[in-house]
Write a protein that binds this ligand. Structure first.
Ligand code: NAP
Ligand code: HSE
Length: 447
């Protein structure tokens, strides 16, 4: 049986899971694939650290350059994270002709085009299943299983840390900071948890999915993002009373016509125009995405031939992510074993006029919570500002049991372009009857 040697760059949460996974199921994989995967090198920052996996000490070092150029190594797995050293490591490995596996969505988001181009140029192969939605094989789904479909819509709960925090805040009215600390302890959060809770990690993943689905590299700089720091237990409660759950939702939709920015700006040519948003969103409780709880992720994909499909699983954590890395290791080993290039290149841009819709043009319903002075005429003043911007109100709730100088007032707003909503909000914030910073969240009805 052919042996394929692996160099692991990084052996923390995910890397340790990969070593353990290979130890546990390596023989099973060998019998299924006809290839024996062996860890030959493990590169870490601190060789003296106690590890909760077993590899012979002689395999562990800090010398990544020796690992990526070792002629006995065929596959390099980057699990260090970050966008500087990891980029150097991957480019070094690709230049040395190694097949590279990575879980690093931040790096792909920032430098994906360069890395994919290098992989093709060196005939080396770049595999990245673990970069999106943890253990869910969504990259394989888009690259292979749904290759015969145009993707009309995708919705994703793509950040395990945020979903874990929102779920516990809702169920236990738990405090944000304490739940975040639990997510860090469980190995879900990024080294910089701001990437999770401010929405950037989900944005990086949404950008990768949108690029694969629409065939042009999506620059996430073009996408408005909002994290979960402003979601309060009060909003969860009011949303619940109206039949909704608040999720950090990525929505990727094909736009028929409409202005778009990005590469095709001003080109006058038609191409895939895509709207992308990543923000706290009210999801109807009747929709399956509302029941995705805890660290679980879900991706809902609508193809023009297949119709609606749903993918669900653990979105973060050691074993779920290691499972995705093992899948990439298997693909890399099979490609090597068949003596050829990857059957499907890592990412090939094929849509020359694709562009991302500006966030101000996106149309959706909104949930608005205001803190207002409790006296006659207040609602009329707010409604006037909304009407001036052609925004209709679908329902109003002033919950009982709130007393004091200011009380909550919740409005559900009809579909309107975000730029109109933002204009109305500027005027509403200035009203003397509005006593605190309003909460404004998108409502998604999946129509
Ligand atoms: P981690 O636990 O912090 O592990 C990072 C590893 O990289 C550690 O083994 C560390 O060595 C090593 N390292 C750091 N700097 C190094 C350097 N200068 N030279 C050599 N080695 C160095 O991170 P992780 O959670 O496993 O995440 C790894 C990657 O997977 C990231 O890109 C992350 O975004 C991605 N990811 C993580 C998850 C998850 O649930 N955790 C899920 C999907 C994707 P020491 O052990 O000696 O400190
Ligand atoms: N920090 C990420 C999350 C890890 O919580 O989803 C998985 O990509």
């Amino acid at each position: 049986m052919r042996q394929v040697n692996v160099a692991l760059l990084g052996a923390g949460t995910v890397g340790g899971g990969v070593v353990n996974g290979l130890r546990r199921n390596g023989p099973l994989m060998a019998s299924r694939l006809g290839v024996d995967l062996q860890v030959r090198r493990v590169v870490v920052r601190d060789v003296r650290k106690t590890r909760d996996f077993e590899v012979p000490e002689r395999l562990i070092s800090t010398d990544w350059k020796a690992a990526v150029t070792d002629p006995e190594v065929q596959v390099v797995v980057e699990l260090v994270g970050g966008t500087t050293l990891a980029r150097e490591m991957i480019l070094g490995a690709l230049r040395a002709g190694k097949r590279v596996v990575t879980a690093n969505k931040a790096l792909l988001s920032a430098h994906g085009e360069e890395l994919f181009e290098a992989a093709v140029r060196h005939g080396a192969g770049l595999y990245y299943e673990a970069s999106v939605a943890g253990g869910i094989p969504i990259i394989k789904v888009l690259r292979e299983a749904l290759v015969g479909n145009r993707i009309a819509r995708m919705y994703g709960i793509l950040n395990g840390t945020c979903n874990y925090i929102l779920t516990r805040m809702k169920a236990e009215r738990a405090e944000f900071g304490a739940v975040l600390a639990d997510a860090q302890r469980l190995g879900y959060a990024e080294a910089d948890p701001g990437l999770d809770v401010d929405g950037y990690d989900a944005l990086h993943k949404a950008g990768i999915l949108a690029s694969l689905a629409h065939g042009f590299w999506v620059d996430v700089e073009d996408v408005a993002v909002e994290g979960i720091r402003n979601v309060t237990p009060l909003d969860m409660e009011f949303a619940g009373q109206m039949g909704y759950t608040i999720k950090l939702l990525a929505a990727i939709k094909t736009v028929e016509g409409g202005a778009a920015k990005g590469r095709s700006k001003g080109s006058g040519k038609t191409g895939a125009h895509v709207s992308i948003s990543v923000c706290p969103t009210l999801v109807p409780n009747s929709h399956v995405m509302a029941s995705v709880a805890g660290v679980f992720n879900a991706v809902y994909v609508r193809g023009d031939i297949v119709g609606d499909t749903l993918y669900y699983g653990r979105g973060a954590g050691r074993d779920a992510t290691a499972s995705a890395v093992l899948s990439d290791l298997a693909d890399a080993a099979l490609d090597l074993n068949c003596g050829g290039e990857e059957r499907i290149p890592p990412f090939v841009p094929h849509e020359r006029h694709g562009a991302v819709m500006p966030s101000g043009e996106m149309i959706s319903g909104h949930y608005l919570r205001l803190n207002v002075t409790d006296r006659p005429g207040v609602l009329a003043r707010i409604a006037t500002q909304l009407a001036r911007n052609k925004i209709g109100i679908s329902s109003v709730i002033q919950p009982e049991g709130h007393e004091g100088e200011s009380v909550p007032l919740i409005l559900m707003l009809h579909d309107a372009p975000r730029k109109s909503v933002d204009r109305a909000m500027t005027a509403i914030r200035r009203l003397p009857v509005v006593k605190a910073e309003p909460a404004l969240f998108r409502v998604e009805n999946f129509e």
